[in-house]
Design a protein around this ligand. Structure first.
Ligand SMILES: [Zn+2]
Length: 99
């Protein structure tokens, strides 16, 4: 996914690594299979194993809508609370504190 447009009109870009508005998620039903497969494989296969289990999720930096990618579909969600920015930011690196 290189870019897509939010319903607010903002273009969400994915053209580099370490984006503060992108994350990956793994279904709880797949999580232990994912860990088992990682444990049994070599480090160079990490990317392909991650791709097999993880899906992308983005947050629009303009209106805070959330986008979940599943297969060929994009699901857009609007936050209920207005101060819901930076939901996908690093848990470790946010203001130097762990959240
Ligand atoms: Zn937006």
């Amino acid at each position: 996914m290189s870019k897509f447009q939010c319903s607010c009109g903002h273009v969400v870009m994915d053209n580099t690594d370490y984006l503060s508005y992108k994350a990956r998620y793994i279904a709880d039903q797949d999580f232990y299979d994912f860990l088992d497969e990682l444990e049994e494989s070599s480090k160079d296969k990490f990317a392909s194993i991650s791709f097999k289990y993880a899906r992308d999720i983005y947050q629009c930096t303009h209106c805070n809508n959330i986008f979940i990618f599943k297969g060929d579909f994009i699901y857009e969600f609007k936050p209920v609370k207005e101060n819901s920015h930076s939901l996908l930011m690093s848990k470790k690196m946010r203001n130097g504190q762990v959240f």
